[in-house]
Design a protein around this ligand. Structure first.
Ligand SMILES: [Zn+2]
Length: 170
C-alpha cells in the first residue's frame, strides 16, 4: 500500500470517525479485551462496545471469543484486520467516486435556480413549476452559476483518483 499512516488515518476517520479510530489504534499492536481497552482509553464500556461494533461492521476488527468455564461468561478479544485495510479504503473511495461523478453529471446537466434568501436550490424545470418563486418563502428565485460546485467536485474526483493509484502502488 502506497499510503503513509497519516493518510490511512485520515480516510479511516472519514469512514468510522475519530473516536473509533482511537479504539482501533489501541488494539493495533496486540489483541485486547473490552476491559483492557477501557483501561487504556478511559472511555465508558458502552461507548467502547458501540465503537467496536462500528469497527466490526466496517470490517476493520474481529474478535476471538472465549468462555470462562466458571462463570460461563464470554470474553471477547479484539484484533485489527490489518490486511483488510487497503481493500476497505479502496471500496470506500470507489463508492465516494461514484457519488461525486453522479453529482458532477447532475450539476453539469441542470441549470440551477436559488431563492434570494437562500432557502431552496432547484433545477430549472422545478423552479419553473413554482413560477420561479421560492416554495418556502415565496421570494424570487434567481439563476445561480454552479461553476464553483463543479470545480470543487472535479478537484475532489481528481484527488480520489490520485489516491486510488497511490493505494495500488507497491
Ligand atoms: Zn426562499
Amino acid at each position: 500500500m502506497g499510503l503513509n499512516y497519516r493518510e490511512v488515518r485520515k480516510v479511516l476517520k472519514e469512514i468510522v470517525g475519530e473516536e473509533a479510530v482511537g479504539v482501533l489504534e489501541t488494539c493495533k499492536k496486540k489483541p485486547l479485551t473490552d476491559e483492557e481497552i477501557l483501561k487504556k482509553t478511559g472511555l465508558q464500556l458502552n461507548t467502547i462496545r458501540s465503537l467496536l461494533n462500528k469497527l466490526h461492521f466496517a470490517g476493520l476488527v474481529d474478535y476471538n471469543r472465549e468462555k470462562n468455564e466458571k462463570t460461563n461468561w464470554f470474553t471477547y478479544t479484539w484484533f485489527v484486520k490489518k490486511d483488510k485495510i487497503p481493500q476497505i479504503i479502496k471500496d470506500y473511495w470507489e463508492e465516494k467516486l461514484k457519488k461525486l461523478e453522479a453529482r458532477l453529471d447532475d450539476e453539469s446537466s441542470y441549470y440551477y435556480f436559488e431563492c434570494v434568501n437562500g432557502c431552496e436550490r432547484l433545477p430549472f424545470e422545478l423552479a419553473a413549476e413554482y413560477d420561479f418563486k421560492c416554495p418556502e418563502c415565496g421570494s424570487e428565485m434567481k439563476h445561480i452559476s454552479n461553476k464553483k460546485v463543479i470545480e470543487s467536485t472535479v478537484s475532489e474526483i481528481k484527488e480520489i483518483r490520485k489516491n486510488l493509484k497511490k493505494l495500488d502502488a507497491k
